[in-house]
Design a protein around this ligand. Structure first.
Ligand code: ATR
Length: 270
């Protein structure tokens, strides 16, 4: 039995132990996965001790993703750019490796589960915080026609443009100056936590627009409700992203990619 865990604070609400238990059952892997509350001051020693005791891998969540990025000795290129790590493991040479599976999870959910092709689409990303940073490399790799980042604080969008504008020109805008219409609109702000929606207009949605909220909830999130009321053809929440990023971590650790669809269904019906 190999031990895995997600560490963060707060952590008691985490669905990751259930997701990984379902993955392990489905793929017949002998793993144990728990959620462990770890405070910032204890983070480095916890990680060191966990791997010294033959731990198989860690997921890292709020507020430790930036610290995990700092202590990883070998970073996947996307994690390096994102400045954040959500998956830690030791490679064969016992080097602590850091990856970020959030963006791959987002893109897989959009493209594989919801059958929305990103290639050639005009994509609007709302927000410029950690959630968006973690997603941009994978979104750019999916080859949208255009990528626009709109954020309350324009400078933060500008900073992301400078970091991520490698293969694709990135537009940035404030909400007030946002112009044009978009085929895929992804909400990466934390506004949903207070039941609010970002101030974008129905006129920013193209006739076939799909909206995606990186957050999820038992009820429609505020942004999903907004999208349904404002003519989006699809209004999707981030539950699938959660399961897909977990599957990407499981793949890194175990070399097997679990089926995500039954796990998403199970969580949806809980
Ligand atoms: P996370 O790591 O979850 O992305 P974050 O780094 O604090 O959290 O980023 C939160 C995002 O939500 C930011 O884009 C933030 O906009 P600012 O960069 O201008 O702060 C956005 N956000 C939070 N509250 C907001 C509000 N009331 N109106 C508009 N945007 C808001």
């Amino acid at each position: 039995m190999t031990r895995y865990a997600v560490i963060g604070t707060p952590i008691s609400h985490s669905k990751s132990p259930l997701i990984h238990r379902l993955f392990a059952e489905q793929t017949n892997q002998d793993v144990q996965y728990e959620a462990i509350e770890v405070q910032a001051d204890d983070f480095d020693s916890f990680v060191t001790d966990f791997f010294a005791a033959n731990g198989g891998g860690l997921n890292v969540t709020v507020p430790h993703k930036e610290r995990a990025h700092k202590i990883a000795q070998l970073l996947a290129p996307n994690a390096k750019l994102a400045g954040a790590v959500n998956t830690l493991y030791l490679n064969k040479e016992n080097v602590l490796c850091g990856d970020n599976t959030d963006g791959r999870g987002l893109v897989r959910d959009i493209q594989n589960n919801h059958e929305i092709q990103i290639a050639g689409k005009r994509v609007l990303v709302i927000g410029a915080g950690g959630a968006v940073r973690g997603a941009l490399v994978a979104l750019i790799d999916a080859k949208p026609a255009t990528l626009t980042i709109v954020n309350r604080t324009l400078e933060k969008a500008e900073q992301l443009r400078l970091i991520f504008e490698i293969q694709l020109a990135i537009e940035t805008s404030s909400f007030e100056q946002l112009d044009g219409e978009f085929d895929l609109v992804i909400n990466g702000t934390s506004l949903g936590l207070s039941g609010e929606t970002p101030p974008i207009l129905a006129s920013h949605l193209s006739p076939n627009a799909c909206c995606y909220d990186m957050m999820y909830g038992n009820e429609d999130t505020a942004f999903v409700a907004w999208a349904k009321n404002n003519g989006a053809v699809k209004a999707l929440d981030g539950l699938g992203m959660l399961v897909e990023q977990a599957a990407e971590s499981f793949l890194l650790w175990r070399g097997v990619r679990p089926e995500t669809e039954p796990v998403i269904s199970k969580l949806r019906n809980q």
